[in-house]
Design a protein around this ligand. Structure first.
Ligand SMILES: Cc1cc2nc3c(=O)[nH]c(=O)nc-3n(C[C@H](O)[C@H](O)[C@H](O)COP(=O)(O)OP(=O)(O)OC[C@H]3O[C@@H](n4cnc5c(N)ncnc54)[C@H](O)[C@@H]3O)c2cc1C
Length: 291
């Protein structure tokens, strides 16, 4: 059991790790290599830089700092966080338990844009297989997405139904080698989705070629799991795509913190680093209280 798991290897996550590792908390930082900072060619508005540096360099220096302090880092995709007194973080490389978790996964990717998707949210369209999968026991269900996250969600639906379809919405499957076998358990439909139809709840998917398919429930798992996906599964408060935190960076779920671009506001390195530090301070106090 870790004291702290930090999800995200960007400025917010690295900043938090510096504090929790130095406070002797057993810390695991899990992240993919996809910080938006990689896209920044030149940074010159961050404190302490004698010369401008690229975002890529700053990220590498951050990770080196964590390594030098003996921090544990795992490159993996996080699919979900579960909570039952303590936290379990579900990743592409195993599951890990912790007393506290920091979400520092940056700005969520763009939401899937399909005509009238909002009409059926909560009425057949869901973002949480753990929360809503049971409602579709032994019925035809689907997952919209073309990556490992979608395969993970489809796999978890197999607990409830044997009739699971992966709708790639016109895209090619883009999954890891390990999942090429897993995906064979599902139907795969690669047509572009035009819109949805139904009465009180979702009944039919209408594709761009005017063909249709009936489905009882549909789960959206676009790209990688984002802070919004984690929040929805845990019942954590959000405003739009931003996780709501108190001044100590804690969410409404005790022990769960968020920092950086995923909390909205002024999306800058200095803000992410500051919020990461504040979250770490709160997590250190939280773990000490638990002991
Ligand atoms: C082109 C560009 C230029 C910029 N220039 C500047 C600048 O000059 N100055 C400045 O102050 N700011 C700049 N910014 C903003 C700055 O990059 C962000 O504010 C900062 O990176 C936010 O840090 P973060 O840690 O919150 O998120 P990020 O840096 O986005 O890090 C998020 C981390 O979470 C990981 N992650 C996400 N989802 C998952 C998942 N499901 N599983 C595992 N890991 C996951 C990512 O791989 C990444 O490691 C720029 C941004 C862009 C796009």
């Amino acid at each position: 059991m870790y004291d702290v798991i930090i999800i995200g290897k960007g400025p917010a996550g690295c900043s938090a790790a510096l504090y929790t590792i130095r406070a002797n908390l057993k810390t695991l930082m899990i992240g993919m290599d996809e910080s938006v900072l990689r896209k920044a060619a030149m940074i010159e508005n961050y404190y302490g830089l004698a010369e401008p540096v690229s975002g890529q360099s700053l990220l590498e220096i951050g990770e080196q700092q964590i390594s030098k302090l003996g921090g544990e880092m795992l490159t993996a995709e996080v699919f979900g966080i579960e909570w039952m007194d303590t936290f379990e973080v579900i990743t592409s490389n195993g599951n890990y338990q912790a007393k506290t978790v920091l979400i520092a996964t940056g700005q969520p990717q763009k939401q899937m844009k399909i005509e009238n998707i909002i009409t059926y949210e909560g009425k057949g369209i869901s973002y949480c297989t753990t929360c809503d999968g049971f409602f579709y026991k032994n019925r035809k269900v689907g997952v919209v997405g073309n990556k490992d996250f979608a395969v993970h969600e489809a796999s978890s639906l197999q607990n409830f139904s044997t009739d699971v379809t992966l709708y790639t919405n016109g895209l090619q499957l883009d999954i890891s080698a390990e999942n090429t076998e897993v995906v064979k358990a599902f139907h795969v439909n690669d047509k572009k989705i035009a819109r949805f139809e139904g009465n009180a709840s979702l009944e039919t998917i209408v594709f761009a070629d005017d063909s249709t398919e009936t489905v009882a429930g549909l789960f959206i798992a676009n790209e990688s799991a984002s802070s919004v996906d984690f929040a929805k599964k845990l019942g954590v408060m959000t405003v739009g795509n931003d996780i709501t935190v108190d001044p100590t960076q804690q969410t409404n779920l005790p022990g769960l913190y968020a920092a950086g671009d995923c909390t909205g506001g002024f999306k800058q390195i200095s803000t992410a680093v500051g919020q990461g530090a504040m979250a770490a301070r709160s997590m250190i106090a939280f773990v000490k209280k638990m002991r």
